[in-house]
Design a protein around this ligand. Structure first.
Ligand code: SF4
Length: 64
């Protein structure tokens, strides 16, 4: 599993990197970036919650 951010939708609320700094970082102006960190199978539920917490629907959780 990995995250993908639609940069056309991200407006930089910062919820993702506040909720899950282990998986997300921000650039110099607050837009989200995905860290190159694996998501364990036991972390799936939390990863889904974090993706769902984006008000813009900019975060997808993809297999592989
Ligand atoms: S929560 Fe969504 S809109 Fe906000 S910084 Fe993260 S990806 Fe961007």
């Amino acid at each position: 599993m990995h995250f993908k951010i639609d940069t056309d939708l991200c407006v930089g609320h910062g919820r993702c990197y506040t909720l899950a700094s282990q998986w997300f970082d921000c650039d110099d102006v607050g837009y989200a970036e995905v860290k190159d960190v694996a998501i364990g199978d036991d972390e799936r539920a939390h990863a889904e919650d974090v993706a769902a917490a984006c008000p813009e629907g900019a975060i997808s959780l993809l297999q592989g």
